[in-house]
Design a protein around this ligand. Structure first.
Ligand code: FAD
Length: 387
């Protein structure tokens, strides 16, 4: 019933013009429920690969939708190290079967950015760029009559029927359903030591040329730290690695591992394993061996703690989503991705909490279909599991 109602408004090959996109929005200070004209079927927060996959699903099903992205298209990928290469082959990064053509076995960041931009352009996705979502508010003032209309797909629904208001700095978007697809790249894990916020310390590695002939310390022993170490060494930096593990991480890509092992064996890159950073100062940092507790001061013109990421839990919590205290994994149903808040879904790598190695583009893009199958099946929330 639900799917039929939705498809009537566009069908699978509908373009954006074939159905009405609600344009609502007003200055936040004056935003009241009464003033809002229309309601989106779905507002998608985050324009990464997963957010785009959700937009493609919404479009195919003829639903009114809006993607709200704080930066440019796939902005997290834009902020990846400039010369990075994906470990996935191109077909595993594709959305909705739109071909990702490249002669490389593993596409570069630039190729992926180009691909996702073309997806947005060619499918004319409805995306609002450079607009950060500050909070998601549940509409607590809905009448029983409005709630009864939750299953109807009517883009001209009155704002009272909105379940959610999605707040940005300047605007408020009303939505029947919200999908949070904000990934994890905005929030980095921290060392928690003195000096971590000094100007020569960065939790994001960018490119190598700035650091030639300088001493650079990479903290961490997984892919990000190892790949940065190798690139910096190849571009003339004096590279030291500090890692709390006893050796290079097990998850380091199998084609990268021999390279770093040989650099370490030859003394071209120095590594201190079983060691943690105690303090960062201008030009140097202090490390401590975990077993001997011996402290050592090493030279460091630049320091990159590359020790992982965590999702922005505040946005989730603002919407009432329960989040596991330790892992930051949100509570959601594993088959539908609906959270403990009815009508609010999570998608993509935000769902993995701090366990960022469990969800990536390859599997995160699959969430979109499951979510929209659930929305269109019009089943109500059936409970959630603590993952
Ligand atoms: C160096 C590196 C290499 C990787 N290589 C691979 C690989 O080879 N294969 C693979 O499958 N995965 C890879 N990954 C993982 C993959 O990049 C992520 O899993 C993927 O980007 C997740 O997609 P997403 O859309 O869920 O989140 P993201 O790509 O992080 O997109 C989230 C988007 O939400 C936006 N956003 C965040 N907060 C807000 C807000 N409040 N308001 C509005 N917008 C917001 C962000 O700007 C961002 O554009 C790699 C990750 C890294 C860091």
């Amino acid at each position: 019933m639900r799917a039929t109602a939705l498809l009537r408004r566009g069908g699978s090959d509908s373009t954006q013009e074939q159905f009405t996109q609600p344009f609502i929005i007003m200055q936040q200070h004056h935003a009241t429920v009464q003033q809002m004209a229309d309601v989106f079927d779905v507002v998608i927060v985050g324009g990464g690969p997963t957010g785009l996959a959700c937009a493609l699903e919404a479009q195919k099903r003829g639903m009114s939708y809006l993607v709200v992205e704080q930066g440019g298209i796939t902005d997290a990928i834009r902020r990846f190290p400039v010369n990075m290469t994906f470990f996935s082959t191109p077909e595993l990064l594709e959305l909705d079967g739109i071909p990702f053509t490249t002669t490389n076995v593993r596409p570069s960041r630039r190729e992926a950015l180009q691909y996702y931009r073309k997806v947005v352009e060619s499918r004319r996705l409805n995306i609002r760029l450079h607009t950060r979502v500050e909070r998601i508010q549940r509409n607590e003032n809905r009448s029983e009559k409005d709630r009864a209309k939750d299953s109807e797909a009517d883009s001209h629904a009155h704002p009272e029927q909105a379940r959610f208001f999605v707040h940005t700095a300047a605007q408020v978007f009303a939505a029947r359903r919200v999908i949070i697809a904000t990934g994890y790249f905005d929030v980095t894990n921290r060392l928690g030591v003195v000096g971590e916020d000094l100007p020569h310390v960065s939790h994001y590695y960018d490119e190598p040329y700035r650091y030639a002939m300088s001493s650079v310390v990479l903290v961490g022993g997984r892919n990000s730290a190892v790949e940065a170490a190798l690139e910096l060494w190849r571009h003339g930096a004096r590279v030291t690695m500090v890692h709390r593990g006893e050796g290079i991480g097990q998850s380091v890509k199998y084609w990268v591992k021999p390279d770093i092992e040989n650099r370490l064996k030859n003394g071209e890159i120095t590594a201190y394993f079983s060691s943690i950073v105690r303090e960062i100062r201008v030009g140097e940092l202090v490390i401590e061996h975990l077993h001997t507790h011996e402290c050592r001061t090493i030279q460091a013109d630049f320091v990159f703690p590359l020790i992982g990421y965590r999702p922005d839990e505040h946005l989730l919590r603002s919407a009432g989503v329960e989040v596991h205290e330790r892992t930051l994994v949100p509570y959601y149903h594993p088959e539908t991705f609906e959270t403990n808040v009815q009508g609010l879904y999570i998608a993509g790598s935000v769902a993995c909490g701090c366990e960022t190695w469990t969800i990536f583009i390859e599997n995160g893009r699959m969430h979109a279909k499951l979510i929209f199958d659930h929305i269109c099946s019009n089943k109500n929330f059936v409970g959630f599991e603590h993952l």
